[in-house]
Design a protein around this ligand. Structure first.
Ligand code: IVH
Length: 684
């Protein structure tokens, strides 16, 4: 833990995640609660970092404290109740609870003497910090002078941080630099220079940028600053009784203050603030790792005082960690539906943001190099909310020399074809053997079965693999010709004790395929794996060309002219139809009884009761998914749209309907209750 703390504070190169560090602190606190004699000199009694040797020490005018952490509503309440017990709830409510986001940066202490910036120092051990004045002078957001009416001595504290957008731009630029150095080193037969090409997160980037020996480098990095407290301030006695008023004063002096701050009167509202920012955590311009709750009244702050490391009048509510470290066991490559070959990380399974992660895409070879990860590295892994897990970069200090560089294969791992980029400057490389590369075919087949396409529950990745590996089909053209005799050739689909019989799921697969033959045209269109056609774009294409025959006959210009299609999609459609084996798929599917059209003549079985009508479905309709209800409208000859206007003929209203219902009533449009939807489809 001591080692981890040094890595974090002194070297700006953490070796464990913040969440793991917090866990260690809590474990140590629990032990010390039982054996108080052990707590003397323990890290739990000290303010976070230490002064590092590279910058001159500065003694702060007043000690910089840290904050105690809480991790649940109960712990937050317990903290508040201790304060309430000491000074009374009404007294606190008077000036309010000051809620702020906890900026994930590093603390900075600024001293202005006679309105001039005299020194800037990191927190260090709280008493002595490091002098970073020269570097701080290069930060545009920090004023070098204060206005005439400011007091003689002003000591303010705040957080230096890097906005997420600035961090991403910095890493991208460093990645380009690494590429360049990499190429130069390779040409010269030398090793890559030992310098930093990547920051794992905005906090490290801010710390690394602030603690530069050369202020020019700091100046080239975009650092930001928000003020969040005060140290010594002369001749201001009584000038501000509330911390929030102090922020207003600071803002008037030109010091930046956070826009994400709110004074509330009750604990219930404090909790609302905590929850609100938990949801908005990733929409702010900078990273936050929690919320800081402060008692706003300065006199009460004084009364409550502090322990050796943290005030009793403020607390940090920490959000669950979203970053962890784990071992990068290998980098493998996968072949996607369109032949794109993608390297992905295989890691020691690790829990992060509520789920266990062991794989993460690395996109392409350039990205692997930009991140600078080696196989065998300890890597920082991030999963923000329900976002896809991402490997941020290596913990370089943990390397032992056994790590090795990843090399992209030259041939497809699935079919052995030679890999190449589609166009010369493409970063992605592809397997050109689209028709019969097993990996591509398996991906296309399971995509056909997916919810976005034909929604065939029994046609998933496993079934697709067995169909292809068992040689039961040559390409997806054969899918709708599958029959019991064919499936019986692969033991995966047969009963163990009676190999002459199909399993229940195999029988179901045949039933499902039969039923899928009359799927709406948009679904077939999606199922064909035409580049850029997906759930989002297929409806626009199908609305303009409601059958595969019409679509195949359309010119690129005609396609591009359709609203929601555009030139790239038009080109992709034309290219797709130019491939003879693609046309064969269509011919085979149609021969097997698939109806690749929404036009009335192609669907004689469905009566066109809604012909010429524009219908909006809002809320849930029992027995239908949202897409399903719209598809039923289309199948009956109607046009399904998303917004209600004077042109709408009917609005189907289900549970949860909102403003669309109100608008329909206001416009006097015919309302169909969800319960009558089937009757509406039947009778129009
Ligand atoms: S107040 C005496 N307010 O979090 C109270 N700190 O974990 C001092 N931090 O050292 C801190 N955002 O560097 C405060 N809105 C905020 C903050 C904040 C981030 C940092 C600060 C502090 C650390 C404690």
């Amino acid at each position: 833990m001591i080692q981890a703390r040094e890595d974090y504070y002194l070297r700006d190169a953490p070796t464990i995640s913040d969440g793991e560090f917090d866990d260690y602190v809590r474990e140590l606190e629990a032990i010390e609660a039982e054996y108080p004699q052990l707590s003397d000199g323990s890290p739990t009694q000290q303010v976070g970092g230490w002064a590092a040797a590279t910058f001159a020490p500065v003694t702060h005018l007043q000690q910089l404290l840290s904050l105690d952490n809480v991790f649940s509503e109960g712990e937050l309440r317990a903290w508040a109740e201790r304060a309430i017990k000491a000074v009374g709830e009404a007294a606190i409510a008077e000036a309010g609870w000051l809620c702020e986001v906890k900026i994930d940066g590093l603390a900075l202490d600024l001293v202005y003497r006679n309105r001039k910036l005299e020194s800037a120092a990191t927190r260090g051990d709280g008493v002595t910090g490091e002098d970073v004045t020269g570097n701080v002078r290069t930060i545009a957001a920090i004023p070098k002078t204060l206005p005439k009416d400011a007091p003689d001595v002003v000591e303010v504290r705040g957080e230096v941080f890097m906005k997420v957008a600035d961090f991403e731009a910095l890493n991208a630029a460093m990645g380009i630099e690494r590429e360049r150095d990499f190429a130069a080193a390779k040409a010269a037969g030398k090793d890559l220079p030992k310098k930093r090409y990547f920051f794992a997160n905005p906090r490290n980037a801010a710390a690394g940028s602030l603690r530069q020996k050369d202020p020019k480098i700091t100046a080239s990095r975009k650092l930001s600053f928000y003020c969040h407290g005060f140290g010594e301030v002369s001749s201001l006695d009584g000038a501000f009784d509330r911390q929030s008023d102090g922020y207003e004063l600071a803002a008037r002096w030109g010091l930046p203050t956070s826009p994400y701050t709110k004074v509330v009167a009750s604990l219930a509202e404090v909790w609302e603030f905590v929850q609100r920012y938990a949801e908005q955590r990733h929409s702010l311009e900078h990273e936050i790792d929690g919320v800081v709750v402060k008692i706003n009244d300065r006199a009460l702050q004084e009364t409550l005082g502090a322990t050796s490391r943290a005030p009793r009048w403020a607390v940090a509510y920490k959000y669950p960690p979203e970053e962890v470290t784990t071992k990068l066991l290998d980098i493998e490559v996968g072949v996607g539906r369109t032949g794109r070959v993608t390297p992905y990380a295989v890691m020691e399974p690790v829990r992060v943001a509520g789920s266990t992660v062991e794989h993460a895409t690395l996109h392409n070879e350039t990205e692997v190099r930009r991140k600078g990860v080696l196989i065998g590295d300890t890597v920082v892994l991030r999963k923000a909310g329900d976002v896809i897990p991402e490997v941020l970069g290596p913990v370089e200090s943990l390397r032992d020399g056994s790590e090795r560089e990843f090399t992209m294969p030259t041939h497809c791992p699935s079919c052995g074809a030679e890999l190449k980029p589609e166009k010369e400057d493409d970063l992605d490389i592809r397997c050109p053997n689209q028709r019969s590369c097993p990996a591509q075919l398996i991906e296309r087949l399971s995509y056909i079965g997916s919810r976005a396409a034909l929604d065939i529950e029994t046609l998933g990745e496993r079934t697709a693999t067995e169909l292809v590996r068992g040689g039961l089909l040559g390409d997806e053209g054969d899918l709708f010709n599958l029959d019991a005799a064919t499936l019986l050739r692969n033991p995966f689909f047969t009963l163990k004790d009676d190999p002459g019989k199909l399993t229940k799921p195999a029988e179901q697969l045949l039933d499902n395929l039969e039923a899928a033959k009359t799927s709406p045209f948009t679904r077939f269109l999606t199922a064909l794996s035409i580049r850029h056609i997906g759930k989002g774009t297929a409806p626009a294409v199908a609305a303009a060309f409601p059958s595969i025959t019409a679509l195949a006959a359309a010119s690129t210009a005609e396609l591009a002219a359709v609203e929601g299609v555009g030139p790239i999609l038009a080109e992709a459609i034309t290219e797709w139809f130019a491939e003879p084996w693609h046309r064969e798929i269509i011919a085979k599917w149609e021969a097997a009884g698939c109806i690749l059209a929404d036009s009335p003549s192609a669907r004689p079985d469905v009566e066109q009761t809604l012909a010429g009508m524009t219908v909006v479905v809002t809320g849930t309709v029992p027995g239908y998914t949202r897409d399903g209800a719209n598809e039923a409208v289309i199948a009956h000859g109607g046009k399904a749209t998303g917004s209600v206007s004077a042109k709408t003929d009917a609005v189907v209203v289900g549970e949860g309907a909102g403003s669309k219902y109100d608008k329909a009533v206001a416009l006097g449009i015919r309302i169909i209750p969800a319960a009558d939807f089937d009757e509406f489809l039947r009778a129009g």
